[in-house]
Design a protein around this ligand. Structure first.
Ligand code: PLP
Length: 224
């Protein structure tokens, strides 16, 4: 049995140590616990240990978990999987934050879906900084147009940029994190969503304000 509470403590300690090493305040890095493909009971265990922000990749799975977890008043969900514009309306009703906005089409669809919300829908723009074919995210040279579009929509609050870096080679990973930080600075965006179980220290050293950690908290995911 995975001990979620113990794993969470260990991950929080890793974040604190990385902040200390980087000379940053420990409360400057938020933790999103990535619960995709994990049962709702795993989310309950993390919630009981004080975790409030969770990451999900699939809109349909989020539908089910919202329902199963309706009794947890403070749970917040971040959509971190690719979002198609035809799912935007549903996603906007289920998620507190959508981290994978990568086209003007999706910005427009979320804007329409968010009219009349009491609080603005939080978004991050996902950038494919290394230009990998296998990854979603906008190209760096498309970012200015997307940022401008997102900023004109009243019910969206653009928090920052998100990326999934090339895996395997730490120097390529670091370069991707650094490139994302430079783009965020250029557009005066305060937040950087980057860093996962294997590279959160690297991400914090390059300025991450939000890390998305799954395996190190919940253990290996069941295969889909
Ligand atoms: C699955 C996933 C994560 C978590 O990855 P781990 O290696 O399990 O920590 C983070 N971000 C995104 C976008 C993911 O799809």
């Amino acid at each position: 049995m995975t001990n979620v509470a113990e794993n969470l403590r260990a991950v929080r300690a890793r974040i604190a140590a990385a902040c200390e090493a980087a000379g940053r305040e420990a409360d400057g890095v938020a933790l999103v616990a990535v619960s995709k493909r994990m049962p709702s009971d795993a989310i309950r265990a993390a919630y009981a240990a004080g975790q409030r922000d969770f990451g999900e990749n699939y809109v349909q799975e989020l539908v089910r978990k919202r329902d199963e977890l309706a009794d947890l008043p403070e749970v917040r969900f971040h959509l971190i999987g690719h979002l198609q514009s035809n799912k935007a309306r549903l996603a906007a009703t289920l998620a507190d934050c959508i981290q994978t906005v990568d086209s003007v089409r999706v910005v427009d669809a979320l804007g329409r879906a968010s009219e009349g919300r009491a609080r603005p829908l939080q978004i991050f723009i996902q950038v494919n900084v290394a230009g990998e074919d296998s990854k979603s995210g906008c190209a760096p040279d498309a970012l200015a147009r997307l940022v401008a579009a997102a900023r004109t929509v009243r019910h969206l609050r653009l928090r920052g940029l998100m990326t999934v870096p090339p895996a395997g080679d730490p120097s390529a990973t670091r370069a991707a994190f650094r490139a994302l930080a430079a783009l965020a600075a250029e557009h005066e965006l305060p937040e950087l969503s980057m860093g996962m179980s294997d590279d959160l220290e690297l991400a914090v050293s390059e300025g991450a304000t939000l890390v998305r950690v799954g395996t190190a908290i919940f253990g290996a995911r069941p295969t889909a």
